[in-house]
Design a protein around this ligand. Structure first.
Ligand code: TRP
Length: 362
């Protein structure tokens, strides 16, 4: 265990150990702001697929459309489409709604009710100190066309505490930028427990051991809004176009400077997506040693296009199937919402009773 940071679990192997003897609940989520890309796959979905295989873990995967209202209030169509796309992406990469609970936040209005109560336990200063929130506010303020920052947006870290608490989440798989939100969740839930006498679990973050995937620009982490992403739904021509655009080595600025395979963007992707690591070692050797067995960027890129297409094409095929069978998507969302609401109502009844709300006639 990480003794300095008891609220952090370092990687899936530690999770396997601590869940060996007891059932644990994991909750994690995504804002529906577009289709998913390879960065989501490498840094999140791949881990989630592993988590589904751990026997004692109950997984809740949340599509946080309430939270997305903070960014896209004026573009409801984008949120609607993204919710569908994300469920399709999840099913297509192999997440299994028979094993895990897929929740769309707005189908369970209990999230909003719980967030409302939790707001009373959160202090203004601790929310405003949250570094992730501060960064996001600064980014919005820099945009020319911003209509101000809504209270709903400021409130999202607290609403995220409700996301975790409603299924009584104990483990929250996240990227590092979300750690302040987990710390806030622990503070608020602890306060609720102390003030009202509930005994809700204090969540821990499960950090992915894979660093965030760098985009095709070789600079920033992969993100759709930075135009450096390869989507898990991209067609072969789209993959080809993007791989062609890759800087092979952002540090090689002149003909004389040395090739450095460690910073080489094409190799970075091959390292992750090409199964046979020995083959890649050999390619690197040919690339750096040159004549007589040299290999150039053009050929490397062709290998990468084929590699990524081999990875993406089965996902793409499944996507095509689900797009033609949207009734399956609807059924997954509806049936989980119904089941989960029963649990959610129980938690709210318990909390309302402890808070002595709506108990005035007795
Ligand atoms: N804020 C997360 C993101 O932007 C999404 C999210 C919403 C979430 N609710 C959550 C993550 C609860 C973990 C737990 O990616």
């Amino acid at each position: 265990m990480n003794t300095q940071k008891p609220h952090i679990i370092d990687g899936i192997n530690e999770l396997k150990q601590i869940s060996e003897w007891k059932t644990m609940t994991c909750l994690t989520g995504m804002r529906p702001t577009g289709k998913l890309h390879l960065g989501h796959y490498v840094g999140a979905l791949k881990n989630w697929i592993e988590m589904e295989k751990i026997p004692n873990i109950r997984n809740y995967f949340l599509i946080a459309d309430y939270q997305a209202l903070g960014d896209y209030l004026d573009d409801p169509e984008k949120i609607r489409q993204s919710v569908k796309d994300i469920v399709i992406d999840w099913l297509s990469v192999g997440l299994d709604p028979k094993k895990s609970c897929f929740i769309v936040q707005s189908y369970v209005p209990e999230f909003a009710e719980l967030a409302f109560y939790l707001n009373m336990f959160a202090t203004y200063s601790e929310v405003m100190r949250n570094p992730t929130l501060k960064d996001e506010i600064a980014k919005i303020e820099k945009r020319e066309s911003n209509n101000g920052i809504s209270i709903g947006f400021i409130n999202y870290p607290v609403s995220q505490v409700a996301d975790i608490l409603l299924p009584r989440g104990e483990i929250v798989p996240v990227w590092e930028d979300q750690i302040p939100h987990i710390e806030l969740a622990r503070k608020i839930i602890d306060r609720v427990n102390k003030k009202t006498g509930t005994d809700f679990p204090l969540p821990k973050a499960l950090l992915s051991d894979i660093p965030r995937l760098t985009g095709i620009d070789g600079k920033e982490k992969m993100s759709k809004s930075l135009w450096n992403a390869i989507m898990i739904s991209d067609s072969l021509p789209e993959i080809r176009k993007k791989v062609q655009k890759m800087y092979t080595d952002p540090n090689k600025t002149s003909v004389e400077s040395e090739w450095n395979v460690e910073n080489h963007v094409v190799f970075m992707y091959l390292d992750i997506f090409y199964e046979d690591k020995e083959y890649i070692r050999n390619l690197k050797k040919r690339y750096t040693e040159g004549w007589p067995d040299s290999i150039g960027d053009g050929e490397l890129k062709q290998i990468l296009v084929a590699t990524l297409d081999a990875f993406i094409s089965p996902i793409r095929e499944k996507r095509t199937y689900y797009e033609a069978h949207l009734e399956i998507i609807k059924e997954v969302i509806d049936s989980w919402a119904t089941r989960f609401r029963t649990e959610a109502k129980e938690l709210l009844l318990e909390l309302r009773a402890k808070m002595k709300i709506a108990d005035y006639g007795a």
